[in-house]
Design a protein around this ligand. Sequence first.
Ligand code: ADP
Ligand code: MG
Length: 729
Amino acid sequence: MAELRFSALRELFSREAIKAEIPGKKISEYFGVNVFDLPKMERYLPKETYEAVKKAIDRGTQISREVADKVATGMKAWAIEKGVTHYTHWFHPLTDATAEKHDAFVERNDFGGLVEAFSGELLVQQEPDASSFPSGGIRNTFEARGYTAWDVSSPAFIIGHTLCIPTVFVSYTGDALDYKTPLLKTLNALDKAAVEVCRYFDKDVDKVIATLGWEQEYFLIDEALYYARPDLMLADRTLMGHQSSKDQQLADHYFGSIPDRVMAFMEEFEMEAYTLGIPVKTRHNEVAPNQFECAPLFEEANLSVDHNQLIMDVMKKVARKHKFRVLLHEKPFAGINGSGKHNNWSMATNTGVNLLSPANKPKGNLQFLTFLVNVIKAVNDNQDLLRASVLTESNSYRLGGNEAPPAIMSVFLGSYLSGMLDDIVEKVTGEKMTPAEKTELKLGIGKIPEILLDNTDRNRTSPFAFTGNRFEFRAVGSSSSCAPAMIVLNAVVADTLRTFKKDVDSLIDKNIKKDEAIFQVLKKYIVESGRIRFEGDGYSLKWEKEALKRGLTNIQSVPESLNHYLTDQSKKVLISGGIFSERELEGRVGVELEKYTKKVQIEARVLGDLAINHIIPTAIRYMTQLLDNVKSLGMVFGEIEYERLAGARKEMIMNISDHISSIKKLVQDMIEERKKANVVEDMNKKAFMYEKNVKPYLEEIRYHIDKLELTVDNEIWPLPKYRELLFTR
Ligand code: ADP
Ligand code: MG
């Protein structure tokens, strides 16, 4: 454990040689210089080896030991030329961070000295003693070893003097202990299912990939102020703090001009991102003060997930150089916007077609509608599983708030497409369609107008919106890996596509023509998933009521939501779909429940400490000043004047005293509730106890502290206030 460094992206800036080269260069000229990508493989590997690796990447197959040896030799040569001394397997355990354990490229030589060495064996597989990673009880400590294995589809990269090799992480018994293993499985499942369906339209399709473009929101806080806020340091969010008189109400930060110090930070982390092959493209100020966003060009989903993990690390690292701290938490400040991570997702074929992009021919559009409707159906049938993939402890402060998507899942299509789906329902009748009807329908869907691609039809309140040529899953949390959301989305769509294929084939078997069979199944799916389509204001109370009537769930409880990983429907998708074993799935839910409990526990402890050690003593000091003042008044003035002068002060004293007493009592009660929950063994029960019995105290205690913040002398208030945190830049 000690040798494992979480996200220890050390020495990020020590390769001065490369950095010195960059100024004056175009981005395209240094993009990917630190990545062992295909062009570099072509240069450093024998031709057959290169071909074998390329095939493994394209087809998702394994490489042989001999090939691995040759890759290792080439990779080492490239890395050492770039001054690299160490290598690490880089993986995503079930924590919020990536993990790495570095080894030097050295072995003993025959003369007692050292020689630079790296074999295929070390490249392909390693066995870190990773017993301290969460496994949800899958591994016992006596079988603690897990192993990491190279994910050929994600290229190795260099950070500092270390070669990082993206890997999966599994236990000795073969259970997945990470996010990458199931993600790769779902990408595979989606590929298979989508190819089968594509072949109704185009026999040349033999590969479908998922594409992902994330939008990463974050806050930047001045480092000195950050250090003065133990809640930010330990819990990643402020657990107290009265609203600033001015924050985002004038909407003057959104898309505003980027402050110089922030720009310097952005330019530097973007430059690092480019060297790592991350195609960042967009930067802007977000709605809340000191809130920003970064978005790349989309990529194949597995690579994009890795790149998001990497950029979160790079941002944190670079921010420290600029005396900033990056806050990735979904709701670091109460009362202003939180941060999300929109996952723009689609599917693309080997023939270069985006399956969620309307085409200009009826045939292409029938394919587009097929995929569109299948995604809608997948969301409809799996609303609870999709929510479970994104509703984490930290995201629970944001989802359902009035600036983020609600906890109710729904799909926004825009009026044009929505009308088109209604048209299909109306025109496809139960009996056989006449040729004229078919022609009319095809004509109708043949002319989806160009404006759709202009993204004009938008609805910011939808958790799952169609935006012209992709879906945008907006409920993902800013601090989460994209992986859990992508695992579930790929899996539910794959599952739905498989069913779709069966349904269409069974009609074809009954001698119904292919196109008509497709129309009929589409109609059925459109009708069945009508309830999930919603075009209105997702933040409104009216929608909450309406959604309830439609049978849509509105789950805001994290433990309750997590339990939906284990419903029959979820098991059908994830276990029968070959993504997890029953043990893995249960283990995973256990890990997430435990993570939830521990996070609430940390917040409760930090708040308790701050309340008792920082806030109450400060309030007492101020109260004592007031008491002294009142006493002095009594000595100086006569009774009548005294009463007039001391009245307001006495009221303040009583007021402060009441808040102090309330805080003291609430903290004590909260501790008692923790004690009760802590002795409970059952992870599920414990998580619910933390949620129901401990978490509510956070708000109650905060209320009194925030009142005191308004009363107590600013000179002695021990924590930087919101107005300072949000406006120092
Ligand atoms: P907006 O804020 O308007 O939603 P952005 O430009 O910030 O748009 O982000 C849009 C994201 O969607 C980008 O990462 C972009 O690459 C991605 N994207 C565009 N087309 C696709 C696609 N077919 N599949 C996946 N992601 C896509
Ligand atoms: Mg977007």
